[in-house]
Ligand binder design. Structure first.
Ligand SMILES: [Zn+2]
Length: 117
């Protein structure tokens, strides 16, 4: 059993390009390592568009979620406001109609009290 060459990293990082490729010509282990790196590089380049599309989809989903939250909160608050107005109108109507003072034919304010004006 032969020992595997351990010079690949040193050659790929510190040797000149000519020395590196010269070593690849004579060393089968480093040549296999280099081919693995080439395949990995190609794989990364092939998957880049998919990754970018996923990132863009996430950004789009985030924008949609923000818009939905804004519309939902706007609807809740405006609905709450309308409800408050309805409740106040009903309150005024009930007070002016059921007030003892108004039943006697006297003018009343929004709260059913005698209106001095
Ligand atoms: Zn080698």
């Amino acid at each position: 059993m032969t020992e595997k060459c351990s010079k690949y990293e040193a050659y790929s990082m510190f040797a000149s390009e000519k020395d590196f490729f010269d070593h690849l010509q004579e060393c089968e282990d480093c040549k296999k390592e280099f081919e693995k790196e080439l395949r990995l590089s190609a794989l990364i380049q092939d998957s880049a568009p998919t990754y970018k599309a996923m990132v863009n989809t996430k950004k789009l989903m985030c924008k949609i979620a923000c818009v939905l939250v804004l519309f939902t909160s706007f609807g809740v608050f405006t609905g709450f406001e309308v409800k408050q107005h309805e409740r106040f109108d009903n309150f005024v109507k009930a007070n002016t109609e059921t007030s003892v003072i108004s039943q006697d034919g006297l003018p009343v304010d929004d709260y059913g009290f005698f209106d001095y004006n």
